[in-house]
Every structure is written in structure tokens, then in C-alpha cells.
Design a protein around this ligand. Structure first.
Ligand SMILES: NC(=O)c1ccc[n+]([C@@H]2O[C@H](COP(=O)([O-])OP(=O)(O)OC[C@H]3O[C@@H](n4cnc5c(N)ncnc54)[C@H](OP(=O)(O)O)[C@@H]3O)[C@@H](O)[C@H]2O)c1
Length: 342
């Protein structure tokens, strides 16, 4: 049971409530006894989330665009006080038209904006947990032998303008750097913990509207069971490390509640994967889907793959990482449960 000595139920603001990772963070927060307000971009999206988990201690607030100046001010001005904030909202899609509008602004201004709003109007907030990414750690042009939390991606704002394909990665690293700088310069009442999760697989949201609306990082599993990769896939996945979304959710919860987690980034990685491994697991666990899977595929996990050190997440957050077999099987089952004709 969470709570202070007087057993007051503690309150969490969770941004990006409609998102894949947030849906699992919401589950662990509610299961742990917190009262949660999620932000969503519209009334409709907020209602869908609220209806999906009743009768829990859950409400929603509409924040249409996190990139707008003062976007979160009304949430802190009008809602009962929060003890914690978990900021997951940030664009993660493959459709970049304008690197500034589509990625850099919502990632960076969304992050600095919520920190400013908390400092101005949320004096009760004790800790903020931000969902950064391994994108803010990895340097594919010059991989070290082993990545850990001391590593920073090199992308700059200018890199993203020059090459919009770098906009997601640049947005994540610049947003995270801005958050650490804010805490150092502004010395607010709250401290900060950051989750640098790698590529995330896992069960889809309970109320996903369509297979097209599925979060990007589960696309390879969706495409595999739809037979779209039957005749081959691109070798060498860009990031050959993965983590289960339920471990990511636990990491957020514990980064919020474990006292010594404050002031840390956490590189949250479950292991390596390849498309061939995914296909092999699906073939074994779901034989009826075998005809849709790539047969005799080469293993696309590079031989010279970089190392990763996830010891901080295991030691401080107590994460006991889920196996690839379980993650892929549960993801496929969740897709088939919601979309039996997938
Ligand atoms: N999935 C991964 O593999 C992975 C790995 C590392 C880090 N991350 C990080 O994890 C977080 C969540 O990602 P996800 O995979 O859960 O993606 P997701 O399902 O696409 O969720 C993104 C969330 O952010 C919201 N959002 C995006 N732009 C916004 C804006 N301008 N204003 C208000 N809300 C906005 C989305 O709202 P709508 O639903 O209304 O669009 C959605 O709720 C992101 O910060 C992402 O960078 C993800």
C-alpha cells in the first residue's frame, strides 16, 4: 500500500495516457494503489482510457499538444495536488514531414514545458520520471564495447534539420539533456529519474482501435503474423536490443518510488533479438501461423553486436527481465485476442 504515514493515497500525473508504454505504466500504478490522472489529447481518448480500467482511482485531463507553451499549466492549476509525475508523452512514429514540428518541439518543449509547469504550479511533486530512450544513449557511428548510463547519443538539433531521419533520436537526447539541465539550474522541489528503455515489445493496449494504430515497436511482430515478412525482411535490425513493456512499466514505478533512484538514468534492456528469433518463437508457440512466417531466414543479429550493461536497473530498480519467448508469445496472443482476423 502506498501512502504517507497518514495513509493518504498518493497521486500521480501520467502523461501520454493513450500510448503503449503508458497503458502498462497505468496498470502498475493502479495495481500499486496510486490514484492516477492521465493526460490525453482529446476528451474522447481520455474517456476510452478511463472506461478501460474502471472501477479504479483514475481520471483524465486533456492536453492537446505538449509542445505548446504552458500546455500543462491548467492541469496543475485545476487538479488536486500530485506527488509524482511520469512523463511518457512524446511522438514515436515513422511519418516525419517536419522534423521540428513532428519531433523536436514535442520532445524538447514537451519535456521542459512540463518541468516548468511543475515548478510553477506543482509544489507537492516529489519526483518526476521521464521516459527517455536508448536513442539518447546509442552512437551507431562509433559503438563503444559496452553501453551504459554514462553514454550519450551525439545527435544535435542541426543533425535533425539536415536529416529528418535523425529527428526522433535527436529529439530524445536533447529532451533528456534539457531535463537534467533544468533540474541542475532551477533546483526545483522535485528530483528526476529517467528511463532509457530500448526497443519495447509486449502486449498491446486493451482498447487499440486498429492494427494500423499499433505502437511502432510492435510492428515487426504484427507484420510477421500478417505474413508481410514471409518473403524476407531487412537484415540487421537498427537496434538489436529489446525489452518487455511490463519490465519498462515496473522500471517507471520503481524509479518513482525507490528513494535512491532519484538523480539517475536507467538503461533498461532485456536482451538481444533478431527477426529470425521472433519468427522461430512464433512458429513454435503458434503453429497455425507458421505458413505466414519467413522460412529458412538468416539470423540477422550482427556478430559484432555491442554490449549492454543493465546492472543499475537490476540493482536499484530490482528489474528481473522477461524472456524473449514470453514477451513475443504474449504479444502475439494479445494481438489475436483483440484482432482474431489479424
Ligand atoms: N516503444 C519503444 O520501443 C520505445 C523505446 C524507447 C523509448 N520510448 C519512448 O516511450 C514513450 C512512449 O512511447 P510508446 O512506444 O508508448 O509510443 P506511443 O504508443 O505512440 O505513445 C506516445 C504517446 O505520446 C502522445 N503524444 C505524442 N505527441 C504528442 C503531442 N504533441 N501532444 C500530446 N501528446 C502527444 C501520444 O498521444 P496520441 O496517442 O494521441 O498520439 C501517445 O499517448 C515515448 O517517449 C517514446 O519516445 C519508446
Amino acid at each position: 500500500m502506498n501512502g504517507t504515514n497518514d495513509q493518504r493515497i498518493e497521486r500521480v500525473l501520467l502523461t501520454g495516457g493513450s500510448g503503449f508504454i503508458a497503458s502498462h505504466v497505468l496498470d502498475v500504478l493502479l495495481d500499486s494503489g496510486f490514484e492516477v490522472t492521465v493526460t490525453a489529447r482529446s476528451e474522447e481518448k481520455g474517456k476510452i482510457i478511463a472506461d478501460s480500467v474502471k472501477p479504479h482511482r483514475l481520471s483524465y485531463a486533456v492536453v492537446e499538444d505538449i509542445a505548446k507553451e504552458g500546455a500543462f499549466d491548467p492541469v496543475f492549476q485545476t487538479q488536486a495536488p500530485f506527488d509524482y509525475v511520469v512523463h511518457t508523452a512524446s511522438p514515436y512514429h515513422l511519418n516525419v514531414q517536419d522534423p521540428v514540428k513532428d519531433f523536436l518541439d514535442p520532445a524538447i518543449k514537451g519535456t521542459t514545458g512540463i518541468l516548468k509547469s511543475i515548478k510553477a504550479y506543482g509544489p507537492t511533486v516529489k519526483r518526476v520520471v521521464i521516459t527517455s530512450s536508448s536513442a539518447a544513449i546509442l552512437n551507431p557511428g562509433n559503438h563503444p564495447k559496452v553501453y551504459n548510463e554514462t553514454c550519450w547519443a551525439p545527435e544535435t538539433y542541426e543533425d535533425a534539420i539536415e536529416n529528418p531521419a535523425k529527428a526522433y533520436k535527436a529529439g530524445k537526447v536533447l529532451a533528456e539533456k534539457a531535463a537534467w539541465a533544468f533540474v541542475q539550474d532551477e533546483k526545483p522541489n522535485f528530483d528526476l529519474a529517467v528511463i532509457n528503455c530500448t526497443y519495447v515489445f509486449g502486449p498491446i493496449q486493451r482498447k487499440l482501435a486498429s492494427l494500423e494504430a499499433m505502437n511502432v515497436s510492435n510492428h515487426c511482430i504484427r507484420d510477421m503474423i500478417q505474413g508481410k515478412l514471409k518473403n524476407g525482411f531487412k537484415l540487421r535490425v537498427p537496434v538489436p536490443t529489446w525489452v518487455d513493456v511490463r519490465d519498462v512499466a515496473q522500471a517507471h514505478l520503481r524509479a518513482m518510488t525507490v528513494p535512491r533512484a532519484g538523480g539517475n538514468r536507467f538503461y533498461v534492456v532485456g536482451g538481444y533479438f533478431s527477426n529470425k528469433q521472433i519468427a522461430d518463437i512464433i512458429r513454435e508457440r503458434f503453429p497455425s501461423l507458421a505458413h505466414r512466417l519467413p522460412a529458412d531466414a538468416l539470423d540477422d543479429l550482427p556478430d559484432d553486436v555491442f554490449g549492454f550493461d543493465n546492472s543499475r536497473s537490476r540493482e536499484i530498480l530490482g528489474i528481473n527481465y522477461t524472456s524473449l519467448e514470453k514477451s513475443i508469445s504474449d504479444t502475439v496472443q494479445s494481438i489475436l485476442n483483440l484482432f482474431p482476423d489479424a
